[in-house]
Ligand binder design. Structure first.
Ligand SMILES: Nc1ncnc2c1ncn2[C@@H]1O[C@H](COP(=O)(O)OP(=O)(O)O)[C@@H](O)[C@H]1O
Ligand SMILES: O=P(O)(O)OC[C@H](O)CO
Length: 498
């Protein structure tokens, strides 16, 4: 074991940047957290300012070390985990982004995807990447930037521009522009990475017309990528993963069949499938995951675009609540939603529907519907969408999923967790430490620098805080879930999952 005993995880999420200090027993010593600005320049578009991503992330790094009261000498390594797919293109000489980051939720490249579908590219893309040809992933976003930002294509071809997902951007900033790197879990979300060969794929680069020279090198998820300076100390940046794969690893779902659902901005249910890349026939994605001792594994993933973001919308756009945690109080003031369903297709629908054109709706309103019913319908919608992907996963794997490990900001909501158990019939297991996304990155960084020797050693560090078991009777569950499916069919009548 190395003498330096603290690991700092940087968790750059869709709505906030966090930094967490873990000790060598994986206990949280301190957390610092900052929300940053969401930009919605047009309907269905979502952007972030990459410089604000960096300033919020670097400031919480400084803050968390102060809060933890530890010396910079005691930091063994920094691990990174991040919102995936979000696309940043910057000038490698000036370090300046050429436009705002195009966020994973952004739909602007829908027509690019549509055109490629018409050309018949869908099957080739699915076979190589495990992904659905949807604007969610980075490739069509990069193409959009090269086609629409003045001079971008010429500069990219001349080798002056770099592309990165948020992991790559943060390492580049932390190492003062020395290291341009990513790792397989993030690469697997770009739609340019062949998940079977584990390399950038020339056919995909040609399909999207993206110069290879823009792309980062690919290193393992558990490795030392470079060093950052913290008050005169050179600290290794070691260990990175996309946030959903990091949470899967942080919950130690490292054996086939183990699954977790993260309730952050979106909801992402991932099930480890071991060394086998399982193809979905029910609208899920095949993606790269991290297995025992940080070896490359695969996972099936159900990606839901609007999870906790629905609650932010109730707060920021409707002003119905002052704080996300108020939703539990209002939802519990009523016995049900009074027949109201909220379908949060604000940026289209992800798994298993994959309808980029669908838009949100509140259905079933009557004169008796009030604020509490709408708030309750918003929380229930998060759980209904998770049931949709859970059902798809059970069908793909031929085994019903009877347990879900949960994490992410919204799992603090007991009403939501109980309703999730009720509407699925599965046991919902909430860990003591719900910062499992950050924990995954800390595990990877700690393994890379020798704070921990193996994943076996990490098992003793996880514990359960509470389990939620269904109390809903079967007929009632079937009736209200049928109502949900009917509501979805109204906003997405042509989805193959209907
Ligand atoms: N008590 C709560 N009930 C419901 N939703 C919540 C609660 N607390 C936080 N959230 C939601 O969880 C999300 C924040 O979770 P987090 O895991 O930090 O997300 P991200 O990493 O995507 O930024 C926000 O969208 C917020 O609305
Ligand atoms: O910011 P989160 O935690 O909702 O995660 C975003 C995902 O990585 C998008 O694929």
């Amino acid at each position: 074991m190395v003498a330096k005993k603290y690991i700092v995880a940087l968790d750059q999420g869709t709505t906030s940047s966090r930094a967490i200090v873990f000790d060598h027993q994986a206990n949280i010593v301190a957390v610092a957290h900052r929300e940053f600005t969401q930009h919605y320049p047009q309907a269905g578009w979502v952007e972030h300012d990459p410089m604000e991503i960096w300033s919020s992330q670097s400031s919480v790094l400084v803050e968390v070390l102060t809060r933890a009261g530890i010396s910079r000498h005691d930091v063994a390594a920094i691990g990174i985990t991040n919102q995936r797919e979000t696309t940043i293109v910057w000038n490698k000489h000036t370090g300046k982004p050429i436009c705002n980051a195009v966020v994973w939720q952004c739909r602007r490249s829908q027509s690019i995807c549509q055109q490629l579908k018409v050309q018949g590219a869908e099957e080739m893309v699915r076979q190589k990447t495990g992904l659905v040809l949807d604007p969610y992933f980075s490739a069509s976003k990069i193409k959009w930037i090269l086609d629409n930002v003045e001079g971008a294509r010429e500069q990219a071809e001349a080798g002056d521009l770099l592309f990165g997902t948020v992991d790559t951007w943060l390492v580049w900033k932390l190492t003062q522009g020395e290291v341009h790197v990513t790792e397989p879990t993030n690469a697997s979300r770009t739609m340019l990475f062949n998940i079977h060969t584990q390399e950038w794929d020339q056919d995909l680069l040609e399909l999207f017309d993206i110069p290879r020279v823009m792309l980062p090198d690919i290193k393992p998820s558990c490795a030392i990528y470079g060093y950052t300076e913290l008050a005169g100390n050179h600290v290794p940046v070691a260990g990175m993963a996309g946030d959903q794969q990091s949470a899967l690893f942080g919950q130690l779902c490292i054996a086939p069949g183990m699954a977790k659902n993260t309730y952050g901005t979106g909801c992402f249910l991932l099930m480890n499938t071991g060394e086998k890349a399982v193809e979905s026939t029910h609208g899920l994605l095949t993606t790269v995951a991290i297995g025992a001792d940080a070896k490359v594994n695969y996972a099936l993933e159900g990606s839901v675009f609007m999870g906790g973001a629905v609650i932010q919308w109730l707060r920021d756009e409707l002003g119905l609540i002052a704080d996300a945690c108020d939703t539990q109080y209002f939802a519990e003031k009523v016995d049900d939603t009074n027949g109201v369903y909220l379908v949060p297709a604000f940026v289209g629908l992800g798994a298993p529907y994959w309808d980029a054109d669908a838009r949100g709706a509140i259905i079933g309103l009557t004169r008796g519907a009030n604020r509490n019913h709408i708030i309750r319908a918003a929380l229930e919608a998060i759980a209904y969408q998770s049931r949709d992907v859970l059902d798809a996963m059970s069908k793909d794997s031929d085994v019903p999923l009877t347990e879900i490990r949960v994490d992410g900001g919204a799992v603090a909501n007991d009403f939501l967790m109980q309703f999730q158990a009720d509407i699925t019939g599965a046991k919902v297991i909430r860990p003591l430490v719900t910062e499992t996304t950050g924990m995954g990155a800390a595990f990877l960084a700690g393994l890379a620098v020798g704070v921990w020797e193996s994943t076996d050693q990490l098992k003793a560090m996880l514990s359960t805080e509470r389990e939620f078991i269904s109390t809903m009777d079967h007929d009632h569950r079937a009736e209200i879930y049928a109502g949900w499916k009917k509501a979805v069919s109204q906003v997405s009548p042509n989805s193959p999952a209907q």
